[in-house]
Design a protein around this ligand. Structure first.
Ligand SMILES: [Zn+2]
Length: 569
């Protein structure tokens, strides 16, 4: 019996009642093995009552459990969760029995083999269960929700013209699986959201400048054709990466990088022990309860990537020396739970001239910000500064403190997947995108794009200048008000609930509407998205409380006033 404390930090988003009533069948995973394994690992971590599948992974000596047999995988991650074997030829008989009257049943159909997906859906036409069509492919990922197998079959097109679509690299598989699990956990829980409506849960294409421009009229074959094509991508193999954070986000970012094989990584995290309530999202730490996080994660990564080299640094990042040397490091991944560490990392990566990818998540969403040489710095992208929070504010008085640290596995997977993917772009010398994910609201694609290249006076100085723009004259009128941001003190462990802002700079050229850009593609601009950032506590921290923390623009920076996009509603 799993420690019930495991589920403590997901109660408002995925209650025990909903958890017990949730069922997921994963179909067609044989042609998307990592997406299928990631989905099952996430479902088990979150405590979804029963998981069933027609694909069960592959066992064998020496395989890490994440890459092995799926029955054993689910058992490893969470012994509470039942795993059922489905016979692909008898789904119509097997599935109702497996669902066993649960009120929140879902089918996830990996569509990399469209003929097999159609064959499964044809058997299930009449079953009143929503379907998530998922395609994680070399060129991106799409997840669509359909109200029934018949509707999903119609979407696929009964005679899918496309042949097999290759599986995605690890991080895109993780992002697609995370988006599917997010929907399973959260669909219908927010107002004005009808789970019976078809919708795009996630569309992310490396072939599009803004990544998220969903082609409105595209057939599934169109999407499969686009995403099936792989653009040239940078590999993490042979690279040296420093990663700050061994929590939920850091678990999934490091999996995404490590599965390239041959990675050299330092994992830096000061948390003294893995807690039972971490295990609803920190899947690689399941064997480490009671032990320090960084060494536990490094050990699992060594098992996952035996050709790589993984070193643990068990300390918090409060000043540059804590980061471990960045000389010769190819990139810095930032997945901590506080902004002070993010700023330290941004400055250090700037000095070193290395790409820097920072992520953060909250209850149902999160964001990715990439700072890369020659482009805007982290502070100019986020508006984050060094101002201490008002002295009167303290964690004990914050209403957010009561539910602090709530987080779910799904948002961390999506954000981690996007972070690793965008970092690959930076490593290839292309412009990375800064993206946000909203798991519980909006219409259309649940991804939105942040301004990626605002004005930054020192953009050319990466590798030369001491720090990012903290001391530049980009000061704005009234001081920022931080809600739910307790003060960060030197010498104490970094506090959670940091809330970095999004600065709304002027749009860069990629913000111009593209040919296929439609209303549906940027749902968050409509103002209907719940402002989760402003109303819920942050766990990993970087999801910004926009209104609260965006510094006010001064009259001397007038061009930005008129062009502030209303992201976040
Ligand atoms: Zn700057």
């Amino acid at each position: 019996m799993t420690d019930p404390d495991r589920y403590r930090r997901q109660q408002t988003s995925f209650s025990d009642e909903r958890r017990a009533q949730t069922f997921v069948a994963d179909l067609g995973g044989e042609c998307a093995p990592l997406a299928s394994a990631s989905l099952k690992a996430a479902a088990a971590a979150a405590g979804i009552a029963r998981v069933a599948s027609d694909y069960h992974g592959s066992g064998g000596r020496g395989r890490h459990w994440l890459l092995g047999n799926h029955d054993a995988l689910v058992e490893t991650v969470n012994a509470d969760v039942e795993y059922d074997y489905l016979d692909p030829g008898f789904l119509a008989d097997d599935l109702p029995a497996a669902i066993d009257g649960r009120h929140n049943p879902w089918l996830v159909v990996h569509a990399n083999d469209p003929a097999a997906a159609c064959a499964a859906l044809e058997q299930l036409g009449g079953l009143p269960v929503p379907v998530l069509l998922a395609l994680a492919a070399p060129g991106g990922a799409v997840v669509e929700r359909r109200p029934s197998p018949a509707s999903a079959l119609e979407r696929l097109g009964r005679a899918a013209r496309h042949g097999l679509v290759a599986p995605a690299s690890a991080e895109l598989a993780i992002a697609a699986a995370g988006a599917a699990i997010s929907e399973i956990m959260l669909a219908g829980t927010s107002v004005a959201e009808d789970p019976a409506e078809p919708r795009t849960v996630l569309f992310y294409s490396l072939h599009r400048r803004r990544r998220i421009d969903l082609p409105r009229e595209a057939t599934w074959d169109d999407l499969a054709g686009e995403l099936g094509e792989a653009p040239p991508r940078a590999s993490f193999a042979g690279r040296r990466i420093n990663q700050v954070g061994a929590g939920a986000l850091g678990n999934w970012t490091s999996i995404g990088a490590a599965l390239d094989g041959g990675v050299t990584m330092r994992v830096i995290d000061g948390d003294p022990q893995v807690e039972p309530h971490n295990l609803n999202r920190q899947v690689l730490l399941v064997h480490g309860v009671g032990r320090p996080k960084a060494p536990v994660l490094a050990r699992e990564l060594r098992a996952l990537d035996p050709s790589g080299a993984y070193e643990a640094c068990a300390r918090y990042v409060e000043r540059p020396d804590d980061l471990a040397p960045l000389d010769g490091v190819d990139a810095l991944i930032m997945a901590p739970d506080n902004n002070a560490a993010r700023l330290v990392g941004a400055d250090a990566a700037w000095r070193a001239g290395a790409p820097y990818a920072a992520g953060g998540t909250g209850v149902a969403g999160g964001q990715v910000v990439v700072q890369q040489p020659g482009r805007a710095c982290f502070r100019c992208i986020t508006g984050l500064g060094d101002e201490p929070a008002p002295a009167t504010e303290d964690a004990g008085n914050s209403p957010c403190a009561l539910a602090a640290d709530e987080s779910i596995v799904a948002s961390n997977m999506v954000v981690a997947g996007l972070l690793v993917s965008e970092l690959r772009e930076a490593l290839a010398g292309r412009r990375a995108q800064n993206l946000r994910f909203f798991g519980d609201g909006g219409r259309g694609n649940r991804l939105a794009r942040m301004t990626s290249d605002p004005e930054c006076p020192h953009r050319a100085d990466a590798g030369v200048r001491e720090a990012t723009c903290s001391r530049s004259p980009v000061r704005r009128g009234s001081p920022p008000v931080r809600r739910g941001s307790p003060p960060v003190r030197r010498g104490s462990p970094p506090v959670r609930r940091g809330s970095p802002p999004v600065r709304r700079g002027s749009p860069d050229p990629a913000d111009e509407p593209a040919g296929w850009h439609g209303q549906e593609t940027v749902p968050q601009q409509g103002g209907t998205v719940p402002q989760q950032e402003a109303t819920v506590p942050q766990q990993e921290g970087t999801v910004p409380q926009q209104e609260a923390t965006v510094p006010q623009q001064e009259a001397t920076v007038p061009q930005q006033e008129a062009t502030v996009p209303q992201q976040g509603g």
